[in-house]
Design a protein around this ligand. Structure first.
Ligand code: GTP
Ligand code: MG
Length: 294
């Protein structure tokens, strides 16, 4: 009998609505979904962060630039990169903050983005090219592309030719991406910054010269590649215009190439000089270009 009483009083106890039990219950019902939402939106927003891709020939200074932004102080020595790597950075809402600002500390409202470094070695460029291919998917919202070149090496024709050939592949991929829009909605444009690096070296070409040298070389590559198509055994008549058109960078049939021709495909190309180590203009103008695009 005593046992029955015990069970009865226990049941009575847990079934009697106590005020604190009700409050906890209501809080759980209201706050549960809120916490779940905050948790999920955080993890999801992480993968949809806008990103900026660092590309360019080996030894140009991409990894050095990444470490400078990451540490906000002079970077240490780097090794040639084998795989891509990315870091999370932030720029203030108006895009005016310096890379030296710690936005967490200033508790400023900041826009976060990913900076992605890719290897520049000829055999490892597929990492960068495949990132470009995925540019339209949500997980890799690409807001800009920074092509880093060593302005100190461009006086050498081989270095110029190799840098320009990589740049040609990149710009052509961007052009095809814009041109292939079968649907009415064109893909979001990806602006390009050519960062003429190492201006601290006395051998470095100034930005304006880097620009014109690259334009000349890209024009030469364009001509060689279209000739290659004609010489490849098929008669000139068999080459259908569309196919040739496809691999031609910029305004079709134009004699000289200029970056301004990329505007026709809604692609902005800007050349800005700077340096990461040593004395010179520094990286501030590159940083504000990036901040502008985020
Ligand atoms: P890969 O990883 O092979 O694609 O090359 P990378 O573009 O990442 O080059 P990295 O950042 O490793 O830099 C190559 C060399 O250039 C390093 O020894 C840097 O110290 C040097 N370097 C980078 N920026 C500058 C600069 O502004 N001036 C000078 N003088 N040297 C620089
Ligand atoms: Mg590197």
């Amino acid at each position: 009998m005593a046992a029955l009483e015990l069970v009865k009083s226990f049941l009575e106890h847990i079934l009697t609505p106590h005020r604190h039990v009700i409050i906890i219950g209501i809080l759980l019902v209201i706050l549960g979904p809120v916490f779940l939402h905050v948790y999920l939106s955080r993890t999801v927003s992480y993968i949809t962060l806008p990103s900026v891709l660092l590309v360019g020939p080996t030894g140009a200074g991409k990894t050095t630039l990444l470490t400078l932004f990451e540490r906000r102080s002079s970077p240490s020595a780097t090794h040639t990169s084998q795989i891509p790597s990315s870091i999370e950075l932030a720029v203030s809402e108006d895009g005016a903050s310096s890379y030296r600002d710690d936005l967490d500390e200033l508790s400023a409202t900041a826009k976060k983005f990913l900076l992605v470094d890719t290897p520049g070695h000829g055999k490892l460029r597929h990492f960068a090219m495949s990132r470009l291919g995925q540019a339209s998917t949500l997980a890799h919202k690409l807001h800009g592309l920074v092509f880093v070149v060593d302005a100190g090496a461009l006086a050498d024709h081989d270095a110029l030719a190799s840098a320009a050939s990589y740049l040609y592949d990149i710009l052509l991929a961007l052009q095809k991406r814009m041109g292939s829009g079968k649907s009415a909605k064109a893909p979001a444009t990806i602006p390009v910054l050519i960062a003429a690096n190492k201006l601290d070296l006395f051998t470095a070409l100034p930005a304006a010269l880097v620009k014109s040298q690259l334009e000349t070389e890209l024009g030469r590559i364009r001509l060689t590649r279209s000739k290659g198509l004609l010489d490849s055994g098929v008669g000139a008549d068999d080459v259908d215009d569309a196919a040739e058109n496809d691999d031609w960078l910029g305004e079709y049939g134009s004699e000289k190439f200029s970056f301004a021709q990329m505007r026709e495909f809604d692609i902005d190309v800007e050349v800005i000089g700077g340096n990461i180590t040593g004395d010179g203009p520094g990286v501030d103008r590159w940083w504000s270009w990036i901040g502008d695009k985020i």
